[in-house]
Ligand binder design. Structure first.
Ligand code: NAP
Ligand code: MG
Length: 527
C-alpha cells in the first residue's frame, strides 16, 4: 500500500521559509493581548450540550505568572460523571448511524475554524500551560493535523466496511468495523490541545461517543475546542467534558459500567492503573494508553558533535523537559565525551529561561508546585551522588512568585543504574554517561522499562543500520539536530511506545490508530 500524501500544518516553519516570521510574532502577540483580556471567567462542564455548573470549583493560574488567573472551573463529582456517560450513551446510536462523510465533515469544519483561530488557541495554550509561542503553535498545528489525517484515513478506508462476496452459494457477506459505544478520553497537561483533540477525534470520528476529562491544569483549551466542535455542528451529547481531579472524576469515569473503552495519555502509573481497573471489573474494551518515557540518545565517536549537542539540548530542554519524548539520558563515546559535555554545558548556560509569551523564551516554567518540588529533590540527589555541571537551581532572581522557573540541568558521574538515569522526571534534567562503543550504548539504551523515543548521532552507515535494528523504541531518530528525540509529525512520524511506554503497539497519528476504536463484525445473509 502506497501511503497517501499529507501536508502538515507547520505554521511557524511555513512563515520562516516565506520570510514572514515577524507576521507570525505580531499575530501571536496580538492574540496574547486579546486572550488575556478574556481570562478569569467561570467555566462549567459540558454534558449533553448543556453547560453544567457545580458547587465547588478550582482555579487555574498561569505557570509563568502565578498572579494571572486563567479561569475558575467547575469541579465535578461522580454524579456529573453519571450524567455525562448517560448523555454519551443516549447519543451513541444516532451518531454511529450517520454516514462516515457526515461525521468527517463536522471535524473538517472544526479544523477550518481552528486554522482561522490558531493564534488565539496558541496564545491561550501558552498562558495556560506555559509553552512558548512556537511550541504552543506546534501543539495547535498537531491537533489540526490529527483531525485532517484521521478524517481522510476514515474516508480512504470507506468507513472500514466492505463486501466479502458469496463464499458459498446464497451466502452474502460483509465485513466491517464498528464502534464500541462510549469512550472515556483522559488527557495530560503537556499537549493539552493536540492530545485532547487527537484522542477524542479518534474515538468520535469512528462513531463512538465520548466523555472526556482534560488535565486539571489545562481545562481552558479543552473548553475552547468543545466550543469549536459545537460551532461545527457536533450534535449534543456526542462529546461531553467533565472536569476535576483524577481521583474524583477520572476514576469513576473509568469504572462506569457503560464506558466501553478508554483513550488515555499520561503517566505510566495512572495508565497502568486504568488498565488494571478495566481487567478487575471484567471490562473487555480497549485501553489505548500512551505512557511515559526515559528517552536515550547515543553519541558515537563518528558523530558530528555540533549536531549532537544541538539535538540533545533541544530534546532535553524545550518546554522545560515536560515532554514524554524529552531526551533524558545520553550515552557518549568516551573518546569525545569531554568535548561533548563541555559544549553542551556551555550552550545550556546560554538558554533563555522565561515566560511562555516572551519571544526569547526557550526554557518555559514548570506546570505545578509538585513539579517544582520534584526538581529540587532530584537536583539535590544529583549533587550528592554525581556532578551537576550546570543548572540545578530554582531561578529566584526577580520575583519568585512570578512563576516556577528552573535552570536546565546537565549531570555527569551518575551510574547508568542510578534512579536518576532510570526514572522519568518530566523536568529539564539530563544525565550524560560514557560508553566504549555502540554496542554498550545500545545495551544501556535498551536497559529500561520504557521504549518511547531514542536518538543516535553517527556518521557511520553500519552503525546506523545496526541501531535501527536493535534499539527498542517506538520513535527512532538519527542525526536530528532539530531535536534528538522530540517533535514528531502526524502521518510521517506516528507516535507511540514500546514496553511500558504504551499499551497497544499502535501509534497516534499513524495508519493503524483508528482501528483500535472499533471492533469487527462479519455479516452473513442467506438469500
Ligand atoms: P498524569 O498525572 O498521569 O495525568 C494524566 C491525566 O490522568 C490527567 O487528566 C489526570 O487528571 C488524570 N488522572 C490522574 N489520576 C487518575 C485516575 N486515578 N483515574 C483516571 N484519570 C486520572 O500525567 P500528566 O502529569 O498530566 O502528564 C505527564 C505524563 O504524561 C508523563 O508521564 C508523560 O510521559 C506522559 N505523556 C505521554 C505521552 C505519549 O504519547 N506517550 C504524551 C504526553 C505525555 P489530573 O490532571 O486531574 O490529575
Ligand atoms: Mg500529573
Amino acid at each position: 500500500m502506497q501511503p497517501r500524501e499529507f501536508d502538515n500544518e507547520l505554521t511557524y516553519l511555513t512563515h520562516k521559509q516565506a520570510g514572514e516570521e515577524s507576521a507570525f510574532h505580531q499575530s501571536y502577540e496580538e492574540a496574547v493581548e486579546s486572550v488575556r483580556a478574556e481570562l478569569g471567567q467561570s467555566h462549567g462542564m459540558r454534558i449533553g450540550g448543556d453547560v453544567v455548573e457545580t458547587d465547588s470549583s478550582f482555579t487555574v493560574t498561569s505557570p509563568g505568572d502565578l498572579s494571572l488567573e486563567i479561569g475558575e472551573f467547575a469541579a465535578g463529582s461522580e454524579d456529573n460523571v453519571e450524567a455525562a456517560v448517560r448523555a454519551a450513551k443516549e447519543a451513541h446510536p444516532n451518531w454511529e448511524d450517520r454516514d462516515v462523510g457526515s461525521r468527517v465533515e463536522i471535524f473538517q469544519d472544526a479544523a477550518d475554524i481552528m486554522r482561522d483561530r490558531k493564534y488565539e488557541l496558541a496564545a491561550a495554550l501558552s498562558l495556560e500551560n506555559g509553552k512558548n509561542r512556537t511550541e504552543a503553535m506546534a501543539d495547535v498545528d498537531e491537533a489540526i493535523d490529527f483531525i485532517d489525517f484521521y478524517s481522510s484515513e476514515l474516508e480512504r478506508a470507506d468507513g472500514y466496511e466492505f463486501d466479502t462476496g458469496e463464499p458459498t452459494p446464497g451466502e452474502h457477506t460483509t465485513n466491517l468495523l464498528r464502534p464500541y459505544g462510549v469512550f472515556a478520553v483522559i488527557s495530560p497537561f503537556n499537549f493539552p490541545m493536540a492530545l485532547f483533540v487527537g484522542m477524542s477525534t479518534g474515538a468520535l470520528v469512528t462513531g463512538n461517543t465520548v466523555v472526556a476529562k482534560p488535565a486539571s491544569t489545562t481545562p481552558l483549551v479543552a473548553q475552547m475546542y468543545v466550543d469549536i466542535l459545537q460551532e461545527a455542528g457536533l450534535p449534543d451529547g456526542v462529546l461531553n467534558v467533565v472536569m476535576g481531579s483524577g481521583s474524583d472524576v477520572g476514576q469513576p469515569l473509568i469504572e462506569h459500567e457503560d464506558v466501553s473503552g478508554v483513550a488515555f495519555t499520561g503517566s505510566r502509573k495512572v495508565g497502568l492503573n486504568i488498565q488494571e481497573t478495566f481487567m478487575e471489573l471484567g471490562k473487555r474494551g480497549p485501553v489505548i494508553a500512551e505512557l511515559g518515557g526515559k528517552n536515550p540518545v547515543i553519541v558515537s565517536e563518528t558523530a558530528d558533535i555540533d549536531e549532537a549537542v544541538e539535538g540533545v539540548k533541544n530534546g532535553a530542554f524545550s518546554f522545560a523537559g515536560q515532554k514524554c519524548s524529552a531526551t533524558s539520558r545520553v550515552y557518549v563515546d568516551e573518546s569525545i565525551i569531554d568535548e561533548f559535555t563541555e559544549q553542551l554545558v556551555a550552550e545550556t548556560k546560554e538558554l533563555t529561561i522565561g515566560r511562555a509569551t516572551e519571544k526569547e523564551t526557550f526554557v518555559s516554567p514548570l506546570i505545578n508546585d509538585s513539579a517544582l518540588e520534584y526538581y529540587q529533590e532530584i537536583t539535590e540527589q544529583a549533587r550528592e551522588d554525581g556532578t551537576v555541571r550546570t543548572g540545578g537551581s530554582v531561578v529566584t532572581s526577580g520575583d519568585p512568585e512570578e512563576g516556577r522557573f528552573v535552570e536546565p540541568t546537565v549531570v555527569t558521574d551518575i551510574p547508568h543504574e542510578h534512579d536518576l538515569a532510570r526514572d522519568e522526571h518530566f523536568l529539564p534534567f539530563v544525565t550524560i554517561h560514557p560508553i566504549s562503543d555502540l554496542e554498550e550504548g545500545i545495551e544501556k539504551s535498551n536497559d529500561s522499562e520504557y521504549g518511547l523515543c531514542a536518538g543516535l548521532f553517527s556518521q557511520d552507515d553500519e552503525e546506523i543500520d545496526r541501531w535501527f535494528k536493535e534499539i527498542e523504541s517506538g520513535m527512532c531518530y538519527v542525526n536530528r539536530s532539530q531535536s534528538a528525540t522530540t517533535g514528531a509529525l502526524v502521518q510521517a512520524q506516528p507516535f507511540g511506545g514500546w514496553k511500558f511506554s504504551g499499551t497497544t503497539g499502535k501509534f497516534a497519528g499513524g495508519y493503524w490508530y483508528l482501528q483500535q476504536f472499533l471492533r469487527e463484525q462479519s455479516r452473513t445473509r442467506v438469500e
